[in-house]
Each structure stands twice: as C-alpha cells, then as structure tokens.
Design a protein around this ligand. Structure first.
Ligand code: SIN
Length: 284
C-alpha cells in the first residue's frame, strides 16, 4: 500500500490516505508519513481502529514515549493520557492555543491523539502553523526575535497555587502539582529539529517572559505574538470522527481544542512523544 498526502491548507496540515495502523505500516509508508509530518506540521488519519496497545506500539516507532505528569491516564495504560469531557463538565482540556510540554527543557516532539468518542457536533481541534507564522513576520521582527529567548513554565498552569484557583471540576482533571517545578528557556525562533526551518516558538499557556525582560515588559509583545501566531491564514480546523487520529509536531504547530459541545461526551487518548533540546535559528 502506498500513501497519499493531501495538504489541508497552504500553511498547515495534511490528510493521509492509505494507512491502516492496526494492519501494520510498512517501513516505506512510515517514512512517507514522517516526511508529511515534517512538511506539514500535523497529519490527519481517518477510520483507524486501534487498541491502546497498538496506539502505544505505533507511537514507539516515532520516538520514546513521554508520560504527561499532570494529566489523568487511561485505566490500565499509564502511558496514555486521557483527554475526556463528560456531558456535565464545562471545561475541556487544551481549549486554548498552546504547544504541549514547552515547559520541559527537552519539550515533547509531538502528540498522537486518537478519537474514541466524539460529540455529534463540535469538538473540533484547530491547528496553527508556526513556520507560516514566522514567514509572515517583517524582516525587522525576524531579526529582533531571532536574538531572543523566552522562559516557559508549568507552575502557573499545574502548580498547587494554580490548582487552588480552579473550580473542583477543572482541578480534579490534573494531578502531581508538586511536579510543576521545571522551567525552561527556549529560543523564540527555533530551528526545527527535523526540517531545519525557522518556526515561532512562544505559546499563551506556558511562555511567561522573555529572557532578561520582566513579566510586565514581556506581556505586550508576547500578546502580540500569540495573536499573530494563530491568524486564520495559518490555521486548519480539524473535524474529528470516531477513529480519527491526529499526529502533530509541537515544534511546528500550536493547537486549540474548541470547547463548543456542552452537554455532549468526548473521549480522546493521547500519547506524547519525547523530543529534544531546541536550538535557535540562525539566519544566513
Ligand atoms: C490537547 O491539548 O492535547 C487536547 C487536544 C484535543 O482534545 O483536541
């Protein structure tokens, strides 16, 4: 079987046909899938029927698995994070623009999200391409940001002080507040580890300030970059079906789980892939 890759938009994403994970993916098809992931930042597969064991096995072909320390996990499968919203819950995990795990010194390469139950309407996930976000900056801004670094943290999102401010419904989704200790420093413009392309790397959930700047000084420019990073022309909105899978690269895209399905059930399984330390992009 050979795969077909259909771009989802000019800036981000591609739909993949010709892959059946449960039946096995040949080395050649896997290499093509990986190339599409590198080129488009996120790839979408339909009609997959995988067990949790097959999900893990497939993830291990990409990288080591990084277990999210703050999310609940699937019963009997501690390496699969459960992204679940019950009909009586108002809050949804990930319903803001972000990249997963940027608070880690070696941030997660990617995530493989698999839809087990989807709402009848709503519950899409939006993706924004950060190569396109970089490319659209002015030369002056590229030059300035290219010399800057930013601090990222999990403390304000998953630490005890943060959890105390959440409603019970939100607080109980997260665990291990005492592990929200690791902060990290990343270039604002990274050299993508696979493609070598420059990408904008700040996100509203975890970036806290520019290196050498105060939080207050950083806030206006960060806010402007968050708005820029997710401009509609850099985005694709993915509509889930039961059995869909999205494999995204946290260094090339941001994502936002649209929370517009109150009263309905949505259940996703997420396996996160280990990444590496990020290097700055140096323009020639
Ligand atoms: C996440 O941020 O990993 C959740 C994405 C989603 O549920 O669509």
């Amino acid at each position: 079987m050979s795969i077909t890759v259909t771009p989802a938009s000019a800036a981000v994403g591609a739909y993949i046909d010709g892959i059946d994970i449960a039946a096995g993916v040949s080395g050649e098809d896997f290499a093509e899938l990986r190339q599409a992931f590198t080129d488009h930042g996120v790839v979408f597969l339909r009609n997959q029927d995988v067990t949790p064991e097959q999900h893990i096995e497939f993830a291990e072909r990409w990288s080591e698995i990084n277990v999210n320390r703050f999310f609940g996990t699937v019963d009997g499968h501690p390496r699969i994070a459960e992204v679940r919203k019950d009909p009586d819950q108002l809050h949804a995990i990930g319903s803001r623009w972000h990249t997963d795990h940027s608070y880690d010194v070696e941030p997660a390469m990617g995530s493989i999200l698999y839809a087990r139950e989807v709402p009848e309407v709503g519950g899409d996930t939006m993706f924004a391409g950060q190569y396109a976000a970089y490319d659209a900056l002015s030369d002056g801004m590229k030059d300035t940001l290219g010399r800057m670094w930013a601090h990222h943290s999990s403390r304000h999102a998953f630490g005890a002080a943060a959890l105390a401010t959440y409603s019970d419904e939100v607080g109980q989704k997260f665990k291990n507040a005492e592990k929200a200790t690791q902060d990290s420093l990343h270039p604002v413009i990274i050299k993508h580890p696979l493609s070598g392309r420059p990408a904008l790397y700040v996100n509203g959930d975890f970036t806290v300030r520019f290196d050498g700047w105060t939080d207050t000084e950083s806030a206006p420019l960060l806010q402007q970059l968050y708005a820029h990073a997710c401009r509609p022309e850099f985005c694709h909105r993915f509509k889930w079906e039961k059995g869909s899978m999205a494999i995204w690269d946290n260094r090339a895209v941001q994502h936002n789980a649209v929370n517009d399905y109150q009263g309905q059930f949505r259940l996703m399984h997420r396996v996160t892939l280990e990444g590496e330390k990020l290097e700055p992009f140096v323009a020639s």
